[in-house]
Write a protein that binds this ligand. Structure first.
Ligand code: DLL
Length: 440
């Protein structure tokens, strides 16, 4: 391991675009908004129809705030126009397609021109730079390659940064760890749940990631909590950054944390953020939680106008200590459509994760199981415990179970059944974790 010291050969690749004076940034956004609204109006039937229905044309946009007059775009619009109905470029200008596998039926399809790929790559370079990465870094990209945007999005960003990419994709965890050691990986990209799995495997194989050159994780594509971050950072000794993105807008690289890890900066020269009340559609002020709505300011192949992400967050008021003028959103803790209603109480999976990890000695492997009995919904949280606790310490098991139930009640206000299960009972994730098992 000695010859694999952490290298610091790269120059700092942080982009000036992150630090534009606010006035300049708003001017740029407005200019781009007018152009993209015109493009969508001229080339996307659905948007054209919706604008006409509202009695407006792109030239009615007199200021950035007028964006509120534009119609929303919803996920169903992509489904209804499957596969290519929202494309605003002819096929011979489209150089890449990606698709996001929905839980049911057909996927949604997204398209990119060469310029769109350049924008995406730029936002990923800025993403990695915000995490302190540069040329000389060895980035192990364990996001899935293929139709999922994670693999190729991170790949081209890492290459353009000048870092060395290991395009390993997800899965084959022992091999991931072998390569991580042998190639001297300094940064890992994958879902937080997959990294947890890697850490577990590493412990089994007596690999201590603290003794490796690994120092940075760029984790996203699924919700995770502050407690999960603490767990990861404590066990692995690396700094864990939250990266946000979605296929409909571009893929990874819509937002990223900087070194202060206090909210995610949105690359808002490319992606214009608004927060709305999901019920009324009204724009909410900074500091209030609502649904994130994004407009792609540069996307040619498939402009998204006021796309309703279903992701719940808020714009954090005030400036970040890093000096970036890019506004920040709070970590996305939930989606407006992943709410569980149990005995009339609204519960989000992320609350359950926080409550579990707040109890000392618990493992970050859990599953929420929903069942229905005599018309009543039941929720059970299964939490894995270490082999040692599970096999011989009934008292310790009971104590832990009681603590977990108390912690869950503190967070959710209702009594939730907790079942402690043996080590390795809960399926490990190599991509996006499936936390809720709905047997109703
Ligand atoms: O997950 C893109 C991506 C790849 C992001 C790699 C980050 C890293 P989709 O498969 O279209 O795209 O899923 C997008 O995943 O609307 C959120 O609900 C969720 N999501 C993505 N990043 C985060 C995050 C990719 N950091 C959907 N925190 C989004 C919470 C996230 N949820």
């Amino acid at each position: 391991m000695k010859n694999l010291k952490r290298q610091k050969t790269g120059i700092n690749p942080v982009s000036a675009a992150d630090f534009l004076p606010e006035e300049k940034l708003r001017e740029l956004q407005f200019d781009r908004l007018k152009k993209i609204a015109r493009r969508a109006f001229d080339h996307t039937e659905l948007f054209n129809m919706r604008m006409k229905k509202k009695g407006i044309i792109p030239e009615d946009l007199k200021s950035l705030e007028d964006i509120r007059h534009l119609p929303f775009t919803m996920k169903n619009d992509l489904r209804d126009t499957y596969p290519f109905g929202l494309f605003a470029s002819p096929m011979n200008e489209i150089v890449r397609l990606h698709a996001s596998s929905g839980t049911t039926g057909k996927p949604i399809v997204v398209a990119y021109t060469k310029d769109d790929l350049a924008v995406w790559t730029d936002s990923m370079v800025r993403t990695f730079a915000a995490c302190g990465l540069h040329s000389g870094d060895i980035i192990q990209n364990a996001y899935g390659y293929g139709l999922f945007t994670g693999g190729l999005g991170a790949h081209y960003g890492a290459e353009a940064l000048g870092a060395t990419v290991i395009p390993i994709s997800g899965g084959n965890t022992e091999r991931q760890l072998m390569i991580m050691q042998d190639f001297g990986t300094t940064a890992i990209c994958c879902t937080p749940s997959y990294f947890i799995f890697m850490l577990e495997k590493a412990a089994e194989l007596n690999i201590n990631t603290r003794n490796l050159p690994l120092r940075t994780g760029v984790f996203g594509a699924e919700p995770w909590t502050e407690e999960m971050r603490s767990h990861i950072e404590k066990i692995s000794g690396i700094k864990a950054y939250d990266i946000y993105g979605l296929s409909e807008i571009t893929g990874p690289g819509v937002g990223i944390e900087c070194e202060f890890q206090d909210g995610l900066h949105i690359f808002e020269d490319y992606f214009y953020p608004e927060i709305i009340d999901p019920e009324t559609g009204k724009i909410l002020p900074d500091g209030e939680e609502g649904e994130l709505v994004l407009t792609t300011l540069c996307k040619q192949a498939m402009p998204m106008i006021r796309y309703r992400t279903r992701d719940m967050t808020m714009i954090i008021p005030g400036k970040c200590k890093c000096g970036r003028s890019l506004r920040r959103i709070r970590r996305i803790s939930r989606r407006s459509d992943d709410m569980l209603i149990i005995r009339g109480i609204n519960i989000f999976p992320s609350q359950i994760e926080s409550a579990i990890l707040a109890v000392e000695g618990t493992q970050p492997h859990y599953q929420i199981v929903l069942t229905r009995e005599k018309g009543l919904d039941n929720i059970e949280v299964q939490v894995e415990v270490t082999e040692q606790i599970f096999s011989d310490k009934i008292r310790a098991m009971e104590d832990l179970q009681a603590k977990l139930m108390q912690s869950l009640e503190n967070v959710t206000t209702i009594r939730i059944a907790v079942r402690l299960v043996a080590h390795q009972t809960i399926k490990r994730s190599e991509g996006k974790a499936k936390r809720v098992l709905d047997l109703r």
